[in-house]
Design a protein around this ligand. Structure first.
Ligand code: SAM
Ligand code: SF4
Length: 383
């Protein structure tokens, strides 16, 4: 089955660029929450939806929707209801659609969760990061570990059966024991999916400034590798399948939306700073909330777009595919590009095979356990 098709997207990302405060490590496109501004923003989102569906004979059918941020769950129950009305008005959403909302622990209540459930939300993703209050405070999180337990209980009581918890390792000052304890606590909470991200030190964040001035000590490479390896072993032991570099799921709970990205398929991207991929074009919207609102009133808020062709498109497809532990199918690649992977990347693939970093299994090229540890360095060679 070909997997890299473009065309009318069947997936949608909506960006909600508001948070209570900015975490010290975060460089996502997000701003301090203002209720009134958020209402104007949602109405602009409605205009953007209209722009995409105008002239179509029927509403686009969506298989997956991801409402991310920022903190979508910071919106009031009333605003969430308004957003879901817009969604259902412009797109065809059924009970087969995977509909995920990103939430911060401590920002959901029964009313919001019921609005989400009745609008078809069937998956929640909580940013947990760590389970020690001191560590959470030291990275600028507003929530405490008890908020995680409480929000999860509420979500389960409302009937949400598919929950992801995001964790970050190699945080400044985090010990291996703290990471192990976070994993144990999270495993006991029994989410269907767990994401474990290695801390990225991004330019423009508070952590970056502290580090640049010599006031922040980062984890060394050995500790980072040990934490990652520990997570793989422990989560696999606890029956989570390691299916992507940073992602683990219970059987049958791999999120279909993320697979759209890794299979290089088309998706609508709506909202300030959102990216989308339609008809082979990757595009990005204006990042500023006010600029986005102004532009949407006059047409499209797209600020840049690029059609990836030739080696760049092949490299992107290869790198996204290699993020999955099952790797990339030679057959699907060949159907998409009319040539095997080796035609463009033969020398690099051969070199990584000899170093035991890449391997072919049943006509799929994938990272080896050793390759997983240095995936970013491998990907650099393909660009
Ligand atoms: C789009 S973010 C926002 C989710 C939500 N607002 C929250 O923080 O609870 C999704 C996830 O990316 C991860 N993340 C954000 N910044 C990161 C960084 N600098 N390094 C590693 N992971 C990061 C966090 O685990 C976060 O939960
Ligand atoms: S809550 Fe999430 S999106 Fe908002 S600043 Fe923190 S990590 Fe970034």
């Amino acid at each position: 089955m070909p997997t890299f098709q473009v065309g009318i997207p069947r997936a949608l990302y909506i960006h909600i660029p508001f948070c209570a405060t900015r975490c010290y490590y975060c460089d996502f496109n997000t701003y301090t929450f203002h209720k009134e501004l958020s209402k104007v923003y949602l109405s602009a989102l409605g205009k953007e939806m209209e722009w995409y569906v105008q002239g179509l004979s029927e509403k686009p059918t969506l298989d997956t929707i991801f409402i991310g941020g920022g903190t979508p769950s910071i919106l009031s129950a009333e605003s969430l209801a308004y957003l879901f009305n817009l969604l259902h008005h412009h797109f065809s959403v059924s009970n087969r659609t995977e509909l995920t909302v990103e939430c911060n622990p401590g920002t959901v209540d029964q009313e919001k969760l019921e609005v989400m459930r009745s609008a078809g939300v069937n998956r929640l993703s909580f940013g947990v990061q760590a389970m020690q209050d001191s560590l959470l405070e030291s990275i600028g999180r507003v929530h405490k570990s008890d908020d995680v337990r409480h929000s999860l209980d509420l979500a389960r009581q409302t009937g949400v059966q598919n929950i992801n918890l995001d964790l970050i390792f190699a945080l400044p000052g985090q010990t291996l024991e703290q990471w192990q304890q976070t994993l144990e606590t999270v495993i006991r909470l029994s989410p269907e999916h767990i994401s474990t991200y290695n801390l990225t030190l991004a330019h423009g964040t508070q952590f970056y400034d502290l580090w640049e001035n010599g006031n922040l000590k980062l984890a060394d490479n050995d500790l980072e590798a040990e934490m990652y390896q520990y997570a793989i072993t422990r989560l696999t032991d606890a029956d989570y399948q390691h299916y992507e570099i940073s992602n683990f799921s219970r059987p049958k709970y791999e999120p279909r939306h993320n697979l759209v990205y890794w299979n290089n398929q088309a998706y609508f991207g709506l909202g300030a700073g959102a990216c989308g991929y339609i008809d082979g074009y990757r595009y990005t919207n204006l990042r500023g909330v006010k600029e986005y609102i102004t532009e949407v009133r006059q047409g499209t808020p797209i600020s840049s777009q690029e059609k990836l062709v030739g080696r760049a498109r092949k490299a992107e497809t290869l790198m996204l595919g290699l993020r999955k532990l099952a790797g990339i199918s030679q057959e699907a690649y060949q159907q998409c590009f009319g040539e095997p992977i080796d035609a463009e990347f033969g020398a690099a693939v051969e070199q990584f095979k000899n170093q035991d970093l890449l391997q072919w299994t049943e006509n799929r090229l994938h990272l080896t356990p050793k390759g997983l540890m240095v995936a970013d360095q491998i990907f650099l060679e393909f660009t």
